[in-house]
Structure formats: C-alpha cells, structure tokens
Design a binder for this molecule. Structure first.
Ligand SMILES: Nc1ncnc2c1ncn2[C@@H]1O[C@H](COP(=O)(O)OP(=O)(O)O)[C@@H](O)[C@H]1O
Ligand SMILES: CC(C)(COP(=O)(O)O)[C@@H](O)C(=O)NCCC(=O)O
Length: 306
C-alpha cells in the first residue's frame, strides 16, 4: 500500500498561496532574530512555507481549546486547557532542531502572550557511562539508548500542568551535562524535537503519540541528509579546534581525509541504519511531512487527510 495514501500532497507553489493574504510580513527585528538562529535559513522559505505552517497550527490549537471547553461542559467541571504539544521528528542532521527553533520563534510571534518552550529528546539519552556499562555506546540514537519511560512521564507531567525538569545533552561533550537541568514551567505550548518523537516503545502504559496535538516529520533524500551530516560534522570540528574539552577536539588533530572517512563511516553504520530501521518507519505517523531538497528548500508538503 502507498505510504502516503492517507496524505494530501501539496506542492510548495500551492502551499505558499494558502494563507498568504492574512499573514503580515516579518519585521526587520524578526528577520534579524531568524538570521541569528541560523544564517543559512532562507527567508523566502520562512515566508512561503513556515508562516503558513504556523497558521495551520493556529487551527489545531483552536480546535483543541474548543474540545477541552466542551469536555468541561460535559463533565460539569472547569477543565484547564492542557498545553499544546508539538512533536518534530526526522533523521539525525535533517534539520529538526533548526525547524524546531524556527517554529518556536514564529509561534512566539503569533502568540506574544503565550510561553512557547522547546525541548529536545537528546536529554533523555542514557549517559555515556550507562551506555558503556551496557555495552551499547555504538548504539547512541537507537531506541535502546533512550530512557523512553522518563520521556513519556515528562510529557505526561507537562500535559498535566506540572513544572518539570529534564536533563540536558551536549553535542560538545557528547554526553548528558552532569550538573545541569532544563526547567519547563507550565508552558502554553511545548515543542518536542528528536529522532524518537514518533516512536512508540512496547510495554509502556502510556503511548507517546497520545501527547502530541500536532506532529511534523522533516524529510529529505538520504544522500542529501548524509551531506548535511558531513557539513555539520565539519562545523562542529571548526568550533572544537581551540577547545580541548570538546568531544570533537580529538578529530581536529587527524588528517582531513581520515576525519571525512570516519564521519562517513559513522553516518553509514549508525545514523543511516537508525534512519532506515527506526526513524523513517514512523514518518507516516506525523500530521505533516515537510519534504526538503537541495539547500534545505522545501518543495513538497504532505498533510494528513484524516
Ligand atoms: N532550513 C535550513 N536552512 C539551511 N540550513 C539548515 C536548515 N536546517 C538545517 N540546516 C543545517 O543542516 C544541518 C543539520 O541541521 P540540524 O538542525 O542540526 O539537524 P538535526 O537537529 O535534525 O540533527 C546544520 O548544519 C544546519 O545548520
Ligand atoms: C545525539 C544524536 C543521537 C541525536 O541527534 P540530533 O538529531 O540531535 O543530531 C546524534 O547526534 C548522535 O550522536 N548520533 C550517534 C552517532 C554520531 O556521532 O553521529
């Protein structure tokens, strides 16, 4: 059966015209904050793709609030609308965190009075010491390397209106930061970004997917994602050059061709396998799929029909 049978395929040209008239253009300040987020982001993409996406998110938000209100009437009690949770998934290096930060920025602009928080599921990776003890350090990113129970409990508590803490993962030290936590204090909207956002582990009492009000899968051809992975590896190396504490510092001492070989091998033996076996199979669970081509240009959008 066609994986996309349940989706409407919308070309960029069609998508960009869906909400155009009602969206005010970005101000100079807003453009600057997008640039400081990632100066590679195309502002045309923001205008054509991401602003209409935020407009669609408004509809889902309104719908959730109406439902919550009606449920309250039925139950004859005051039911506070739970925070809206948006999941963002896709391969390692496809651009999830960049998309997530952009959506956070645009949602804060659309709802200036609401708090919009962002977490990444990397925080629920087991520590390097734990992974080593279990002999699965080379499985970082695979389902068994995450504490999914803790992630699901975290989402439950956020939905339930509780203030929560979560660990922080650092790409620089390639591990969970030992003495720091991120505090999520009852936001109105929470964005959850990570490769495992749409993975439902077995034997859990709660389903992770039950907590999302909207979900996005960022998609691209595998070869392109590899290219982006290698480019990011290179940027991480540049940042690590003069920082001995950085995990990537060790690679800055190696000859370039060896480093490239190592990054290619890591892509092929870890991240690509993970994409094929565990990430891409969750693609059609998303409410929307953003399909990117060269230079992160979004050419197609798939929106779930029902
Ligand atoms: N929309 C975009 N425009 C330009 N570059 C992007 C975009 N999204 C991601 N990138 C670049 O692609 C690489 C991977 O993106 P990142 O957001 O770190 O991926 P992920 O969180 O999925 O691992 C980074 O080097 C980032 O700068
Ligand atoms: C921490 C990650 C699992 C998560 O990925 P992200 O999408 O944030 O890049 C990944 O970046 C990773 O470290 N993978 C293991 C193999 C590698 O070093 O690329």
């Amino acid at each position: 059966m066609n994986e996309f049978i349940n989706f409407d395929e919308i070309s960029r040209e069609k998508w960009q015209n869906l909400y155009k008239t009602s969206i005010p253009p970005l101000t100079h300040e807003e453009l600057e904050s997008i640039r400081s987020l990632n100066d590679e982001i195309s502002l045309q993409d923001v205008q054509d793709v991401y602003l209409p996406l935020v407009h669609l998110l408004r509809l889902y938000k309104k719908n959730r609030e109406d439902m919550s209100f009606s449920k309250g009437l039925f139950l004859q009690k005051i039911v506070k609308t739970p925070p809206l949770i948006i999941g963002i998934s896709g391969s390692v290096a496809v651009g999830k965190s960049t998309t997530a930060r952009l959506v956070q920025l645009l949602l804060s602009r659309a709802f200036p009075k609401l708090s919009v928080e962002l977490v990444t599921t990397d925080g629920f990776l087991r520590t390097t010491a734990d992974l080593k003890a279990q002999g699965i350090l080379d499985r970082k990113g695979f389902p068994e390397s995450y504490d999914m129970e803790a992630l699901i409990e975290f989402l439950y508590r956020v939905k339930n209106g509780e203030t929560c803490e979560l660990p922080i993962y650092s790409h620089e030290i390639y591990d969970i930061l030992p003495d720091q936590v991120q505090i999520i204090d009852r936001p109105d909207i929470l964005i959850v970004e990570g490769i495992n956002v749409l993975q439902n582990p077995q034997n859990q009492m709660l389903y992770i997917s039950d907590f999302y009000d909207f979900s996005i899968y960022v998609d691209a051809d595998e070869k392109l994602i590899e290219k982006w992975y290698l480019e990011r590896f290179d940027s991480l190396l540049k940042l690590a050059k003069s920082d001995e504490a950085n995990f990537y510092h060790q690679f800055t001492k190696m000859p370039t061709d060896e480093v490239v070989k190592l990054a290619k091998e890591t892509w092929a033996s870890v991240n690509r396998v993970n994409l094929r076996e565990y990430i891409e199979p969750t693609r059609n669970r998303a409410e929307i799929i953003l399909h990117k081509t060269e230079k992160h240009y979004v050419d197609k959008i798939y929106l779930k029909k029902f």
